[in-house]
Design a protein around this ligand. Structure first.
Ligand code: CFM
Length: 546
């Protein structure tokens, strides 16, 4: 494994990244570019506005609410209230898969529902058109639920999507209609949309059905959206170990699952950023503890399963978990043994979302690869530094704009699944109940952590570090590849996946091997390979890996 001694001097890199910015911008970006120290964990500026004019990777609030959190549930009719363009990017561009119980069962994921706002609606109001659209969807499909998503103009003209939803819900009686004020401009990124979605799902869906599902070890899987079939692999493992999945938020999920989620005895959280609010609120209202897990990486999967078994404290479950791990691991190891000699010592950079830049580091380290720089697009300080920093985070005007639900214990349904003493005992065993340590603790000293990396900064990082692989999304892909560096899409997986669990880890190893060892990259002249003509800086020239 490459040690940090080979890394370029990170303070020189940071200086390089900001030197071309105007003074004010440089000062601001400087706070989001941090030299990591896993011991002390320095503060990272995160979840603040992107400087106008900078090319960011971020998306909008509506994307986080409609696309990310609600999109994967197959039997909700999701109506976008807005101009048609907003719907284009909400229609099958995220690879959240689903598997209806039967071919005839409800599945609206392949549909695109929009009110198709026109100039007239923007000028004279769009509520009438919205109610017509809700009526039309109801008449056509008779769905269990209809959700309304506000786009920017809806907020600007003041259409009341909540009143319209309530009116239609009361009118129908047998269809749950609810709205989201998730206008694109709200907050500083899609992260605002996650929070708004959590609030709405909690208010309008969770707790509506008290029927308790069979099963001894019942949990909800939070923050797993079934990209490329990730949830299918986790479901397979749960089934093998005898763990009952009550609800998934929200990959491969249904309205029924979510309405029933409060009957589970544990919430496990994969993507902390998008769904931690739900874990917190369910703990307060129903007494269900939550635990951070990671099913990305074979070792991490094994560790997470052991944590779940420890939580339930059942010897039979522990034995089953061990048996499944013992059966699955040899196949994983066989692939690692074949591939690792070709990937060992290589370097990776990950700039993606609000959780994957952390989780995928596990898979790379299983391949003997070092993450030299990483960052999230829209995560908060707790995702970098750990949840212990939460009390110290300043609430700025952008965050104040997002409703904080006042949640209290349910008079009838609150039932603490574990006593205070039991929780303490679990914590002593090393189980992080209601906690998350964040990304930086896992990264090497002197690696770089960059929040909301700009396009310009990405290019400079590649020129300086020449990583063997760069992980980001479709917007970055071809620019990076033209620089001679393969780019792995960690949002869509480049049409691949699943990458979770034991099977997924093997898929990932193979895909990364193919990318970093593809001879085609040797045929491309990257800018720094033309160094002799003086186009590269001293800093770039000082660090040569290839
Ligand atoms: Fe969570 Fe996600 Fe992510 Fe995310 Fe996303 Fe995504 Fe992502 Mo793209 S919920 S934070 S808003 S793990 S869509 S499935 S890949 S940016 S790292």
């Amino acid at each position: 494994m490459q040690s940090y001694k080979n890394l370029p001097d990170p303070s020189l890199v940071r200086e390089d990244l900001i030197q071309k910015y105007p003074t004010k911008v440089a000062k601001k970006r400087n706070k989001s570019i941090v030299i990591n120290d896993p011991e002390t964990i320095p503060e990272v500026q995160a979840n603040v506005r992107t400087v106008p004019g900078i090319i960011t990777q971020r998306g909008c609030c509506y994307a986080g609410c409609k696309g990310v959190v609600l999109g994967p549930t197959r039997d909700i009719v999701n109506i976008v209230h807005g101009p048609i363009g907003c719907s284009f990017y909400a229609w099958l561009t995220r690879r959240n898969q689903t598997r209806p119980e039967t071919p005839e069962a409800e599945n609206y994921i392949t549909y695109c529902f929009s009110t198709d706002m026109q100039e007239e609606n923007v000028v004279f109001g769009g509520e009438k058109k919205l109610k017509q659209a809700i009526q039309e969807a109801y008449d056509l499909f008779h769905p269990k639920a209809i959700a309304i998503f506000s786009t920017c103009p809806v907020g600007l003209i003041g259409d009341d999507v909540h009143a319209a939803s309530k009116e239609m819900r009361d009118k129908f009686g047998d269809c749950n209609v609810f709205g989201f004020s998730c206008e694109g401009y709200r907050g500083v990124s899609q992260s605002a949309g996650h929070h708004i979605a959590n609030n709405g799902v909690f208010k309008h869906m969770v707790g509506r059905n008290n029927a308790v599902k069979e099963g001894k070890f019942k949990l909800n899987l939070l923050g797993e959206y079934n990209i490329g079939g990730d949830a299918f692999e986790i479901e397979r493992i749960f089934e093998r170990t005898g763990i009952t999945l009550v609800a998934s938020f929200s990959g491969n999920s249904t309205v029924g699952q979510i309405e029933n989620a409060h009957t589970a005895d544990l919430n496990v959280i994969l993507c902390h950023r998008s769904i931690n609010y739900m874990g917190e609120m369910m703990e307060t209202k129903y007494g269900i503890p939550w635990m951070k897990v990671n099913f990305v990486g074979a070792e991490s999967t094994a560790k997470s399963l052991r944590k779940i078994a420890e939580y339930f404290g059942d010897e039979e479950l522990k034995a089953r978990v061990e048996a499944v791990i013992a059966e699955e691991m040899p196949k994983v190891k066989a692939v690692i043994d074949e591939i690792r000699p070709r990937t060992e010592g290589k370097t990776a950079m990950l700039f993606v979302g609000g959780s994957r830049a952390h989780h995928y580091q596990d898979l790379f380290s299983e391949l003997g690869m070092t993450t030299v720089a990483a960052g999230y697009e829209f995560a908060h300080r707790d995702d970098y530094e750990g949840r212990h920093v939460l009390p110290g985070i300043k609430i700025d005007a952008d965050s104040k704009n997002i409703e904080e639900l006042k949640v209290t214990a349910d008079p009838e349904l609150y039932n603490p699944r574990k006593s205070e003493a039991e929780l303490e005992a679990l914590k002593e065993k090393g189980l992080e109940i209601n906690g998350y340590e964040g990304m930086m603790k896992q990264m090497l000293k002197k690696t770089l952590v960059v929040d909301d990396v700009s396009h310009y900064e990405s290019e400079r990082l590649i020129e300086i570090y020449k990583p063997d692989i760069f992980c980001a999304g479709i917007k970055e892909k071809y620019v990076v590849q033209k620089m001679g560096v393969p780019l792995k899409q960690l949002h869509s997986y480049d049409y691949g996946g699943p990458y979770t669990g034991f099977e997924g880890a093997q898929n990932f190893y193979r895909d990364i091997d193919r990318m970093v060892n593809n001879p085609v990259w040797k045929l491309i002249k990257a800018p720094w390979q033309k160094a002799e003509n003086g186009s590269s800086t001293a800093l770039e020239a000082s660090y040569v890996t290839h």
